[in-house]
Ligand binder design. Sequence first.
Ligand code: PLP
Length: 392
Amino acid sequence: MEILPYGRHHIDETDIQAVVDCLRSGALTQGPKILEFEKAIASYVGARYAVAVSSGTAALHLALLAADVGADSTVITSPITFAASSNAALYVGASPVFSDVSMDTINLSPEALIETIKENDNVKAIIPVHLSGLACDMSSISKISSDAGAIIIEDAAQALGANYADGRKVGCCSHSLMTVFSLHPVKSMTTGEGGVITTNDMHVFKRLTRLRSHGIVKEEDAYQCLESAQTEGIPNPWYYEMQELGYNYRITDIQCALGLSQLHKLDKFIERRRLLADRYDRAFSDTKWIIPAQQSGREYSAHHLYPVKIDFKGMGLTRAKFMNQLRERGIISQVHHIPVPIQPYYKKLGFNMDNCPNAQDYYQQALSIPLYYGLTEQQQDYVIDVLTELLS
Ligand SMILES: *Cc1c(COP(=O)(O)O)cnc(C)c1O
């Protein structure tokens, strides 16, 4: 039986050749492909700078460090996200706070955000998550955020290739200090593992570059200790400076060679996902048991996932049984996401869903069904048929 996962990457011969060429070139890491990839990403999203790192999670961590968000700060994010969004706040000693989502987008609700800011002290950063590649209402969120004196780091891990409502590309940072992307295989495009941060702020860019590699600086004009850097006015050839505590969050040239090759196909990937999402929309338009979870703005989404809401309770079904029935027919579904506050680690820290009724309601009904570039229309029709049969 053919197995249809909820998402998967697409690698072609050009990608393979790009990686092989890189392996033959001699530069495996810290070579020319990284800079080339960063320039290509910056230009694609329309931001001044991009910094590529080892994962989306590393990107979130560095973004908070580069914005000086640390102990005693509050960081607000969505409960419907992958754990990495709020874990990053914990990494830097800040307190994550979860704010409810809007029922029509499953993204941070601007109205709820206003209340959450009122209820919490020292809100230093907001991390809106563009769930399944659908951009949040960034013009409202950025206004609320700047009124509160907080910075914005967009978690666009699922949204490379998506647009905002105004048509600009997610990642151009017109409404944020930084935007973070993931290049994990299940996302829009991949480098195997990887992440990238975009920004228009030169200071932030330099800080990110330094933090990615141990906090070490190799540019002469940035040295702090000139007497160690020079001998009789001449630069010491071996010299470098560690100026703050950084990490090894570097990406490799091999990964960036793959990333460059994938980036050329990104628009094609998204276009295909959009077409398949439209087909699902049409197929489910006259059943009341299955509703696309995100109702507005999907025309500019990157369609990383196809999340639907199914009224399992109303149908006298359990989601577990339903997912197992799908699996028996070769269809792998998943739930995106288990609300972070109910994860045992967060529960122990005292988190709960009391302030997030919409997120709770969505979670009860959520299911992501197969959507990826390589899904054929025939395979999609099969998914539609099986769902319709099981639900009618
Ligand atoms: C995938 C993902 C991340 C983490 O990215 P990695 O590259 O896997 O570290 C963070 N946030 C969200 C919303 C994600 O979907």
